[in-house]
Design a protein around this ligand. Structure first.
Ligand SMILES: Nc1ncnc2c1ncn2[C@@H]1O[C@H](COP(=O)(O)OP(=O)(O)OP(=O)(O)O)[C@@H](O)[C@H]1O
Ligand SMILES: [Mg+2]
Length: 351
């Protein structure tokens, strides 16, 4: 085949013909200038999310999960926040480097966010129909009547019973689970490519949590969206995530496909998190808790940030920062999608 023939078959490149991942976060750093000093909340985070893929971001409180998401959404408090380094590539284009106008189009339309607390995200004095409809009126220029119909359709989609009758109700008239469905509907309204859900079910009862999570996963598949699910509860996301990134003190310490993370963690921190999850088959047994507390982010210990709490720590862990590197089988075979930031990952994973 000649070059001419080859190029003739290839359509002109468009914005969305980008080949790589939908979202790629590269070496992201975020710091906050506080009275206590500079709090290093995010310290070189890398992750990718493809269309149709669910990434769960797991970690204790304060590990930088939300701050990373806020940087992606462009809703970081700046100041005191600052992004001294890093790239956030959406379809291959760095959102941190693009003109404000272009960035706003992506963040308003292509990336949506769902927060934990629906009640404080919704306006209490406006009906849910009005608030949903606003998305269509403001962003898509729809008439009031069409926007209302679309809102009812969307409420149906997120399985709010009797949507037609309930469209004129106020947020407080809905249960917590139903309100969270309304938040999902809002996020879906403009058919984004990526949804970031920050602890979307934390405020709900356990049974309702599962229903909302299943719904989110189902819609994500149907719309072929990328989904970032932020949680400190692995149990909640295990069934719906494709892969997991475990964060500690602003770094990703382990990445793995979900089932592999469960069966063979490579980082002592991940192992500690797993051992602290209640399991049905071990009823009555005392739960393990990782000893100590996460570090003060203005004074992250040298070496591996987890070393003061780590049962396996040795001298090197107190001096050298372990970088996230590929994890292999004992015989050196690659384990795709797996990475570990532990000097002793071999011992942890292969026992
Ligand atoms: N506006 C701010 N000013 C100062 N520090 C902040 C600000 N926002 C976040 N931080 C700090 O950044 C660190 C990471 O916070 P982040 O909210 O990302 O944690 P998280 O992993 O989402 O925890 P959680 O599970 O509690 O939601 C925390 O120590 C937090 O105090
Ligand atoms: Mg958070």
């Amino acid at each position: 085949m000649t070059t001419m023939e080859k190029t003739a078959n290839v359509p002109a490149p468009r914005d969305d013909d980008h080949q790589g991942p939908l979202l790629e976060v590269r070496d992201l750093h975020v710091e906050f200038h506080t009275r206590e000093g500079v709090a290093k909340a995010v310290n070189g985070v890398n992750y990718t999310v493809d269309a149709g893929e669910t990434l769960a971001v797991l970690g204790e409180s304060g590990s930088g999960k939300s701050v990373t998401a806020q940087a992606i959404m462009g809703i970081l408090d700046m100041p005191p926040g600052r992004i001294p380094q890093g790239e956030i590539l959406f379809r291959g284009k760095d959102m941190l480097a693009m003109p404000e106008e272009e960035r706003r189009k992506i963040r308003g339309r292509k990336v949506a966010m769902i927060f934990q607390d629906a009640l404080s995200s919704l306006n209490p004095v406006l009906t849910v129909g009005y608030q949903l409809g606003e998305m269509f009126r403001v962003h898509l220029g729809m008439s009031k009547k069409d926007a209302r119909l679309k809102s009812i359709e969307l409420m149906d989609r997120v399985r709010i019973p009797a949507a037609k009758e309930r469209v004129d109700d106020y947020p407080h008239q809905f249960s917590g689970g139903m309100r969270q469905r309304i938040m999902i509907a809002m996020a879906l309204a403009l058919e984004p490519d990526l949804i970031i859900a920050d602890e979307p079910t934390t405020a709900l009862d356990v049974t309702v949590q599962a229903q909302v999570m299943d719904l989110l996963a189902e819609l994500q598949r149907e719309y072929n969206m990328g989904l970032i699910l932020i949680t400190h509860d692995l149990g909640v996301v295990a069934d719906v995530a494709d892969k997991i990134a475990v964060m500690y003190a602003g770094r990703i310490v382990e990445t793995a496909p979900v089932h592999e993370l469960y069966s063979r963690p490579s980082h002592p921190y991940t192992r500690g998190l797993l051992d602290s999850i209640p399991r049905l088959d071990q009823k009555g047994q005392e739960l393990y808790a990782i000893k100590g507390l996460p570090p003060n982010l203005t004074r992250i210990p040298p070496g591996c940030a987890f070393n003061p709490r780590c049962p396996k720590a040795e001298d090197i862990c107190r001096t050298d920062i372990p970088l996230l590197h590929p994890v292999t089988e004992r015989d050196g075979t690659d384990l795709p999608g797996r990475g570990s930031a532990c000097h002793f990952w071999k011992e942890t994973i292969h026992g």
